[in-house]
Design a protein around this ligand. Structure first.
Ligand code: ASP
Ligand code: MG
Length: 472
């Protein structure tokens, strides 16, 4: 018997009656092998977006679609209740609790419409309702199946700062509270089922950890208890060598290191929220990504570091990923040569717009700085740069700041690159052979990945071509 396991179920894993049935069986099976099991749930798939849309419409004074939203939410949750909760009083009670939450969505949206604005705090109150509904549903379904479980909102023990929509946990207080609340339940043989994604300030205001944050919740709970393992249940067989929608031959990676997955998560592979990795790695906890719809598949295990030369079946490159809808911003001018602080001021200006920069390159001539930003933020970034450098632009030291059309960042990941000369040569030869033009290049100093920028239209072609280096 192993000790403590955290299992997080993503939106599709709790997205339908069939899915919840699988979750229940997975929990039942886990209880056979583990003394203590904690379940973390996302909102049912689609619900978080629906909630955000309702709040956004309300902030423009539009509440006419609210009744439709209410109906959709009822239908989604109640269909599962009807299919899987046999005990009538439990079913009716669960539906009533969910209904109360739906009513509070209506009240919140009406208040937002009156104010004509949704503060980040109000947004979090709205968007937290998805997990608050799903946790009750899952609790009832699991109990009805004869497994002792209790729903607890993570607002009770994940204590965060007041950075609404992207809150940061206070690990010290969270550790105490999480142990204090979850341990007694587990000691009594009960499976705590808790909300992913949400926490609360010390004053009790609801916060969220950022989109996709349920993975992070599972990692936080795992780290503070501590657990031995965190399993992330999703709708694919683990981490793949590429997006299977682009590359038919994409395969599941049986193992991947924390470094490698960090690069993949950062560069657009939606396998795991990037913040998940730190807490589990620091606490030495095993992480596994597995498929609710194919539970006997071993999925992907995270390992501390890649042994020997890091090659899997003799292959150095393990995975290739793409982030779309980026633009390359360039600041250029001969007068930049040797002027200290241009880069610092440039990135200061970018930071002031709240934009994070996934890729930077600077030519050694120092006559330009070039970096990527998400397309929708490019205009804001450009005006911030023009403002910051208005004097230099007036003096012609800087000619201009400009942005390309949409581009994609392609990243190849593999820890073995560090020990293997010539990887970038092979990558760029491959791209050249497929007529993909490379606009900019950056290599992470960890040498676990190489990223480069291609035109939007070349994205799929580049990913497919590079995948040949993995499978061939
Ligand atoms: N429900 C939240 C979201 O969709 C959190 C999560 O599912 O991880 O962003
Ligand atoms: Mg997710």
């Amino acid at each position: 018997m192993q000790n403590t396991l955290i299992m997080k179920f993503g939106g599709t894993s709790v997205g339908s009656a069939d899915a919840l049935k699988n979750c229940t069986q997975i929990i039942r099976d886990a209880k056979k092998d583990w003394n203590r099991v904690v379940v973390v749930t996302s909102a049912m798939s689609g619900v978080t977006n629906l909630l955000l849309d309702s709040a956004a419409s309300a902030s423009h004074g539009k509440v006419d679609s609210l009744s439709e939203t209410e109906a959709t939410l009822r239908e989604k949750h109640f269909a599962v209740a009807a299919a899987l909760i046999k005990d009538e009083s439990l079913r009716e009670q669960t539906k009533a609790e969910i209904d109360t939450l739906i009513q509070s969505l209506v009240d919140l949206c009406k208040a937002i419409a009156v104010l004509g604005e949704a503060s980040p705090r109000a947004m979090d109150a709205v968007v937290s309702l998805g997990e608050r509904m799903s946790v009750r549903l899952l609790e009832a379904v699991v109990n009805d199946a004869g497994i002792k479980a209790q729903a607890i909102e993570s607002t009770e023990f994940i204590v965060t700062n007041a950075n609404y929509q992207n809150a940061h946990p206070d690990f010290k207080v969270t550790t105490e509270k999480t142990r204090g609340i979850l341990n007694p339940l587990m000691d009594a043989g009960i499976v705590p089922i808790t909300t992913g994604f949400i926490g609360a300030t010390p004053e009790g205001a609801i916060t969220t950890l950022g989109r996709g944050g349920s993975d992070y919740s599972a990692a936080i709970i795992g780290a503070v208890l501590p657990a031995d393992n965190v399993w992330i249940w999703t709708d694919v067989d683990g981490v793949m060598t590429a997006d299977p929608r682009i590359v038919k031959e994409a395969q599941t990676l049986p193992e991947i290191s924390y470094n490698e997955i960090a690069e993949l998560a950062y560069y657009g592979a939606k396998v795991l929220h990037p913040k998940t990795i730190r807490p589990v790695l620091d606490a030495g906890i095993g992480l596994r990504i597995c498929n609710t719809f194919n539970p006997s598949h071993p999925g992907t295990r995270l390992i501390a570091s890649i042994k020997s030369n890091g090659k899997v079946n003799g292959k150095v490159i393990k995975a290739v990923t793409a982030i779309r809808k980026q633009r390359l911003v360039t600041i250029e001018g001969r007068g930049m040569l040797g002027v200290p602080g241009v880069a610092a001021r440039a990135f200061g200006a970018v930071a002031s717009t709240g934009t994070s920069v996934p890729l930077i390159t600077q030519a050694s001539s120092e006559q330009s700085i070039c970096f990527a930003v998400p397309s929708e933020l490019a205009p804001t970034v450009l005006s911030a740069l023009e403002k910051t450098f208005s004097n230099e632009i007036a003096d012609d030291d800087i000619d201009r700041a400009w942005a390309t059309d949409d581009v994609s960042i392609i990243t190849v990941v593999g820890a073995g690159m560090r020990h293997t000369p010539g990887v970038s040569g092979r990558v760029f030869t491959k791209l050249g052979n497929h007529d993909v033009n490379v606009l900019a290049i950056a290599q992470g100093s960890s040498e676990v990945s190489i990223s480069f920028v291609v035109e939007a239209a070349d994205t799929d072609n580049a990913v497919k071509a590079l995948h040949e280096l993995i499978v061939s």
